[in-house]
Design a protein around this ligand. Structure first.
Ligand SMILES: [Zn+2]
Length: 483
């Protein structure tokens, strides 16, 4: 006996870019879409007598495919500092927390994610846990640790520390080491390989030949491969090596855009991290200079994305969720708003990008991401009209129903509202204590400790924000130098 769900009388946006259809129903049989249309609610002769049908009234609401996030780091743990991401929290505990976080992602209307790299093989475990029904989370594909060189993203510590086992990256400085690492990761169950080129795209951490060798190895093993590539030269190498999709592409020359368009390789800009730091960062202590640098990078990215779209590049949706600036289940749908603002998409185009077009990161055949008969039944019902205001998708209270694999999901919103940040770097003492700062209140310590009678008590959490801010300021300065 099949299970049936009938979503009745809503305005259907099917994800293919087709115009919305008001007064439309969606019939789900098992984990598949059975029928879509104004008459799909007439189940007589379709649903066998005796089969139960779960009915959802969608009158006045929008029915659309669940969102897909191509860039969701399930194991990052809402990182405030690099050390939190790389050094602290055992992999056992990190896995449990990741399992908890993916439920938040699903709750926000995201029914599919791709994890482009993180700690150990946590992503593989989470994917399997979801598939087995141990964990409530979206459909998922995952990479393992980023493959980096001594010059790439994720080899950030002094050489005396190196790239520890617990890091989100793994070091490979020769082609042989890169190929060996890919073999190891594939043996351990990854769906894709993540290459971590330079942080800002201002130089090339890998040679084009090395990237090609990694691409060939991944493809020979029937796995896919993507790369953190912010600059033109990085994207050129990624295109030449025929990677499956490319992350970021912030500052692109016209000739690079031409080659990218011709290759048909999708580009995932992942604007959210930049957008949140630029627009909301100052509220948590990100300095204005840093804010301005991120805003500047966003403007450059906007120019690249407008040209890329004009040239016919497929832009897909990813958020870089997993940082403190991009916590789980909070801002995934804001990427659509940013695609409207920075890539010039209409809301309907942004929805197509975040559903139909991004589905390719889940499987090459794109078995979901559109409300069409035969597709996987991953559906959300939205109390509002995202075509009138794309931001309604960001308010979880408006995501009134989430259906995954044909099953209506239940959530405990009060539990999911809790947050579990990872341990910070270990302060011994967050500021310098001098005689004068203690007894004369002259501010001799960096924080100006006040007097012995009533010393100011420093706020460790706020101090953490300052360290993050200082690091961001350094990166912004580096960015300004290369601009
Ligand atoms: Zn990322």
């Amino acid at each position: 006996m099949a299970s049936w769900v009938l979503i009745e009388g809503g305005t259907v946006i099917d994800g293919t870019g087709a115009a919305p259809v008001p007064g439309c129903s969606v019939l789900v049989r098992g984990d598949r879409i059975e029928a879509v249309g104004p008459d799909a609610g007439a189940t007589e002769g379709v649903v066998p007598r005796g089969d139960e049908v779960t009915r959802i009234d969608a009158a006045g609401k929008t029915v659309m495919p669940g969102l897909i996030d191509a860039h969701c780091h399930t194991s990052f743990g809402e990182t405030r500092m690099q050390e939190e991401q790389d050094l602290y929290t055992s992999h056992e505990l990190r896995t449990l927390r990741s399992a908890w976080n993916v439920t938040k992602v699903l709750r926000s209307g995201v029914t599919g994610i791709s994890d482009p790299g993180g700690s150990y093989f946590v992503g593989v475990g989470i994917r399997e846990g979801i598939a087995e029904g141990l964990i409530q989370g979206p459909k998922m594909t995952t990479a393992g640790r980023f493959i980096t060189t001594s010059n790439g993203i994720s080899d950030w510590y002094p050489s005396s520390v190196g790239v520890p086992d617990s890091s989100i990256g793994t070091l490979a400085n020769t082609t042989d080491e890169m190929v060996t690492e890919i073999r190891h990761q594939v043996k351990n169950g990854v769906d894709l390989i993540k290459i971590g080129d330079s942080l800002l795209g201002d130089f090339e951490a890998f040679s084009p030949d090395e990237i090609k060798a990694m691409s060939d190895t991944a493809h020979r093993l029937n796995k896919r491969i993507t790369m953190h590539a912010r600059g033109s030269n990085n994207v050129d190498s990624a295109v030449a090596a025929e990677l499956d999709w490319i992350m970021h592409g912030n500052t692109l020359r016209d000739d690079t855009i031409e080659r990218l368009a011709e290759s048909k390789i999708p580009l995932c800009p992942a604007l959210l991290l930049l957008g949140n730091l630029a627009e909301f960062g100052p509220a948590v202590g990100v300095p204005m200079a840093t804010r301005d640098a991120y805003a500047g990078l966003l403007e450059d990215t906007a120019e690249s994305l407008h040209k890329a779209r004009q040239a016919g590049v497929t832009i897909i949706c990813g958020t870089d969720t997993g940082f403190a600036a991009t916590p789980y289940g909070e801002w995934h749908a804001r990427e659509l708003e940013l695609l409207v603002r920075y890539a010039g998409m209409t809301p309907l185009e942004a929805i197509k990008a975040a559903t139909h077009d991004t589905a390719v990161v889940l499987d090459p055949g794109a078995d979901t991401g559109a409300l069409q008969p035969g597709k996987g039944a991953d559906v959300i019902v939205v109390d509002g009209d995202p075509l009138a205001d794309i931001r309604v998708l960001q308010d979880k209270r408006r995501i009134s129903t989430v259906i995954l694999r044909g099953e209506v999901q239940r959530f405990d919103d009060e539990v999911l509202a809790q947050r579990r940040p990872y341990e910070q770097a270990q302060h011994i003492c967050p500021d310098i204590i001098t005689y004068d700062s203690v007894y004369n209140g002259d501010g001799a310590g960096a924080g100006g400790a006040g007097t012995a009678e009533q010393p100011d008590v420093r706020d460790f959490a706020a101090d953490g924000d300052k360290e993050l801010a200082a690091e961001l300021a350094d990166r912004a300065a580096a960015l300004a130098e290369t601009a």
